[in-house]
Ligand binder design. Structure first.
Ligand code: GDP
Ligand code: MN
Length: 381
């Protein structure tokens, strides 16, 4: 799960990483009251989960109330790379002497954490990596050993940060490492990490991706998810039903058991000239409850014109799946025809069970290709 900047800053603050005081605003009036609280000058920042907000006009300085009204009004509703701004973060503006870059992420091939630090922050790190790779000081951290202040200091020296920033930066980086590890992040990035003319080092931006595999030990993450303003309503519904669902822009709804089979189904639908409305892996136990939930979610998508059910039985027995489909069809009133391809363990028994239920609304095809062709044809009809 990606966090908004303001959530990332709240997360940073929990681990003692210094950030500017501020608050969120969903309206121009709220922006003004947050600005009064934070103290002028302030910076008004679009809260969207995409980088490069500054360049897109989503980050503006405001010296007084009139400027807050002007900029907040312009930024709310702004479309930044397809993300419409619904929320602002208003914080006390900082004076900037230097902009640095700092991040932690996992280096999978090395099986170690990777820290990146650069005295050339503020711009996109990919750009620095291309034009001046030597300006990025990397460090590998063994998760068992962790990151000591001493090692962090050497790292900061290597990155050639300004001398007056080094001590604070080393302390901050150890905290960022704790945020990344104990906080179960896939990514914890600060760009820019700034040095102020007064000699203070703090985080001016926050990009945090939480590792959702660890959500069981972070009940506090619920509030981050609850604040999501950009979710696809289909995905929200699917999540509530415990399904592994991703919404797409086509008109053929897809249900498959297993992520690999679901991916192949998307490919076959595309191959025969169609477009999938979603990715949906119903996993191993394709019983009536799961099948009904899957059909409900797909049925709720007005773009869907046909539904392709692609099941390859393994441990999951196709006769059980067939019972699930029959029961689910009884529970859910469908707007689109269902085309099935059932194969694998007990496929014969499954098809036999379904034989009496076949109609124009429930069609069986012998192979995945046939089923995909039929579903695509029905979607276009
Ligand atoms: P991004 O463009 O989405 O990465 O948004 P950032 O939060 O990194 O802001 C973009 C740029 O705006 C920063 O690199 C700064 O140059 C500038 N900026 C952000 N906050 C402040 C601030 O408090 N004071 C000043 N002077 N500039 C700021
Ligand atoms: Mn940034």
């Amino acid at each position: 799960m990606d966090l908004y900047e303001y959530q990332g800053k709240q997360y940073f603050a929990r681990f003692g990483i210094p950030v500017s005081p501020g608050g969120v605003a969903d309206t121009v009036d709220e922006a003004v009251s947050q600005a009064e609280k934070a103290g002028y000058p302030v910076v008004i920042k679009a809260q969207v989960k995409v980088g490069g907000r500054g360049k897109a006009g989503g980050v503006k300085l405001a010296a007084d109330q009139d400027e807050v009204r002007l900029h907040a009004g312009n930024i709310l509703g702004l479309d930044i790379k397809g993300h419409v701004v619904k929320r602002l973060w208003v914080e006390h503006a900082s004076d900037i002497a230097k902009e640095y870059y700092a991040s932690f992420t996992l280096d999978r091939p090395a099986k170690l954490h990777l820290g990146m630090l650069s005295a050339e922050g503020g711009v996109e790190i990919e750009e620095v990596a291309q034009t001046n790779p030597d300006a990025i000081a990397k460090i590998h951290v063994d998760p068992v050993a962790g990151l000591s202040e001493e090692v962090a200091r050497e790292w900061v020296d290597r990155a050639d940060l300004d001398p007056e920033a080094r001590e604070q930066a080393a302390t901050l980086l150890v905290r960022l490492y704790h945020c990344y590890t104990e906080g179960d992040c896939d990514l914890a990035e600060i760009n820019p990490l700034i040095l102020t003319p007064e000699g203070q080092v703090h985080a001016l931006d926050a990009k945090v991706t939480l590792d959702e595999n660890a959500s069981f030990r972070h009940p506090e993450w619920e509030e981050f998810a609850a604040a999501e303003t950009e979710v696809d309503p289909r995905e929200k519904m699917a999540k509530e039903k415990g399904l592994n669902y991703i919404g797409l822009s086509g008109d053929v709804g897809i249900i498959a058991n297993g992520a690999g089979l679901a991916m192949s189904t998307l490919d076959v639908v595309t191959q025969v000239g169609g477009q999938a409305a979603n990715f949906l892996d119903i996993g191993g136990g394709a019983n009536a409850d799961v099948m009904a939930a899957a059909l409900e979610v797909i049925n709720a998508d007005p773009a869907v014109k046909s539904i392709l059910v692609n099941i390859f039985g393994g441990i999951t027995r196709v006769d059980e799946v067939a019972k699930g489909i029959i029961e689910a069809m009884g529970r859910v009133e469908l707007n689109s025809p269902v085309v099935m391809r059932l194969d694998g363990t007990n496929a014969e028994a499954g098809r036999a069970l379904l034989a009496d239920h076949l109609s124009e609304a429930l069609i069986a095809e012998p192979t995945m290709l046939d089923a995909a062709r039929r579903a695509v044809a029905l979607a276009k009809a």
